[in-house]
Design a protein around this ligand. Structure first.
Ligand SMILES: NC(=O)C1=CN([C@@H]2O[C@H](COP(=O)(O)OP(=O)(O)OC[C@H]3O[C@@H](n4cnc5c(N)ncnc54)[C@H](OP(=O)(O)O)[C@@H]3O)[C@@H](O)[C@H]2O)C=CC1
Ligand SMILES: O=C(O)[C@@H]1CCC=N1
Length: 268
């Protein structure tokens, strides 16, 4: 049994743990380091690395990217040739991770999103040893317990999928809230408006995933000629593609800034 040690297990680490436990993983195979002493439901939590009772096979970096350079020397002391580094740190590229953890068996990047907690996440994967089919075969079932876990051929592709999926739960939450607020503005009870908007988004994505049809076709099937949806889409279509593009561009810029900060380069 592999020992999976989270160094930092807050929002995202805890979501991953919840997903793995939901998939009937053995809680004894997971340990979380949280300096605050807060618990992670279902697994052992420690406050210092010195408290681990066995060497980790997979050491999962779950703290903030800005902490990487400060924490790496202490973490590296627990890395042997058998230890895999799994990094979920936005903006920390494999070259930087490789320099900080030179003795590791492998470096794997994952960019999960929050629905991993209910095993419906999107979690792109990248390793510089991506041609190593044995490594991929070893890890695929583990990550796939949490959702859609594609291996990326390049770090650029990994970054692009991460931008499409990693933050999307936050964007979708805003989208649902905007519809709920608009419903409230039209006299709906707030709870009813929120439930209706959330279920409509969930049902639409579910339907699209079930039929596999192009999103344009799904939209067409909703849109009666000269009906209400057509009138609404004329407004939405004028702004949404540009808005989404600017949103991802801002996240991409920030990721590049964070990568430079992590490498210790001065900000532009
Ligand atoms: N949130 C998200 O949706 C996503 C996050 N990520 C990445 O996940 C990582 C964590 O983000 P998120 O979970 O949101 O952040 P949180 O702030 O929720 O979690 C950060 C964790 O780091 C721990 N920590 C703080 N200081 C130390 C330290 N000195 N040593 C060890 N651990 C420490 C915290 O401990 P304590 O719990 O005790 O406070 C906490 O568990 C980031 O690198 C982010 O880029 C990637 C994809 C999506
Ligand atoms: O906001 C962030 O930086 C992290 C990475 C993707 C989602 N949350």
């Amino acid at each position: 049994m592999s020992h999976n040690l989270f160094v930092g297990c807050g929002n995202m680490g805890s979501a991953m743990v919840a997903g793995w436990l939901l998939a009937n993983e053995n809680p004894g195979d997971y340990t979380a380091l949280r300096p605050s002493g807060r618990s992670v439901p279902g697994i052992r939590t420690i406050q210092r690395l010195g408290e681990i009772d066995r060497a980790p096979d997979r050491l999962i970096l779950g703290f903030k990217p800005q902490q990487l350079r400060a924490l790496a020397p202490d973490v590296a002391r627990w890395v042997t040739r058998d230890t895999m580094i799994v990094s979920m740190l936005a903006g920390a590229d494999v070259a930087t991770l490789g320099r900080l953890f030179p003795g590791a068996r492998a470096i794997v990047r994952v960019m999960p999103n929050l629905p991993v907690a209910v095993r419906r996440g999107v979690l792109p994967l990248y390793t510089p040893a991506h041609e190593d089919k044995a490594l991929q075969a070893e890890l695929q079932p583990w990550f796939s317990m949490l959702g859609f876990a594609p291996w990326c051929a390049s770090e650029e592709e990994f970054g692009a999928i991460g931008f499409v999926a990693g933050s999307t739960p936050a964007y979708v939450a805003r989208f649902i809230d905007a519809f709920a607020k608009a419903g409230e503005g039209r006299g709906l009870d707030p709870g009813l408006a929120l439930t209706a908007a959330r279920e409509a988004v969930l049902g639409s994505a579910w339907l699209g995933a079930t039929t596999g049809e192009p999103m344009a076709e799904l939209a067409r099937r909703v849109t009666s000629p000269n009906g209400t949806t057509e009138a609404g889409l004329k407004v939405l279509d004028a702004d949404l593609p540009g808005l989404v593009d600017r949103t991802l561009a801002a996240a991409t810029r920030r990721s590049a800034e964070m990568a430079a900060e992590i490498r210790g380069e001065p900000l532009q």
